[in-house]
Design a protein around this ligand. Sequence first.
Ligand SMILES: *[C@@H]1O[C@H](CO)[C@@H](O)[C@H](O)[C@H]1NC(C)=O
Length: 329
Amino acid sequence: MKSIIWCCIILTTFCLIKIIDGQQRKKDGQSLGERVQQLTDMNIKRSILRFNGNKFRDYVKATPRNYSVIVMFTAMAAQRQCAICRLANDEFQIVANSFRYSQIYSNKLFFALVDFDEGPDVFQMLRLNTAPVFMHFPPKGKPKQSDTMDIQRIGFAAEAITKWIAERTDVQIRVFRPPNYSGTVALVMLFAVVAGFLYLRRNNLDFLYNKNCWGIGAVFFCFAMVSGQMWNHIRGPPFVHKASSGGVAYIHGSSQGQFVLETYIVMILNAAVVLGMILMTEAASHKGDVRKRRILSIVGLVLVATFFSLILSIFRSKAHGYPYSFLFK
Ligand SMILES: *[C@@H]1O[C@H](CO)[C@@H](O)[C@H](O)[C@H]1NC(C)=O
């Protein structure tokens, strides 16, 4: 009888321990094996895993771990205007791909990124206020000072990142940069088009000496440069933006930035001023009917005055504190 009671007590205790253990496990999230399996599965689709706050806690902060994670904290949304984030992302992608498709690929190193707009809580938790930041999360313990890559000192070229990773883990990645021929192809095509055109017109090359032809080309080049197309190309600003008052803002409110549409507006205003100037110089050229030339000169003057004032008022709205205006406020 006594032994049966003992048996029952032992059995119940055993069951209780099992249940408590199971609950504990559920609370901790998945087991290490499951986590590694999921990371590996995700890694099949993309070489850089994209984490929001929850996933970051589940996979990077969770313990125990037997893998390293290299995380890039970044802000790639257009409105964040982080131009170097894009460059850093390209280099990071090269590193992750070089690892993912190499012989040494294994499940002891993963690459991930957290975008500020998807996991602001992570930035807060780690007290990050800049981007991009590269951090190494080692298999054991918390990241130390040296587990944050010093971009100011070593930059973020793929080679620098792999060297830094090799110092933190025992993974030596050889950088493979996919060759980029698009620039060469474009140049060859441009030459081919120009050569073909010259060949077709070989009997009449006078247009090469045509001043108007070169003049129009030069003026258009000026429009493109003065209106900031090169800036657009480098910084990639948004086309327009939501204004703080609710509507749509076509003009960036400060001289530190610009929108794509704004540059087109500036280009058109400049073109109108130039057109007015041309009309006036034509009118002053002592050729043709006097009345017609008088009208031309007045139209030109109105164009120049109006559109110059418009440009000036746009400039005033951007460069706060600029004192002068003309016609319009
Ligand atoms: C980490 O642990 C999991 C589960 O035990 C295992 O499947 C995986 O291979 C381990 N990874 C390494 C790099 O040892």
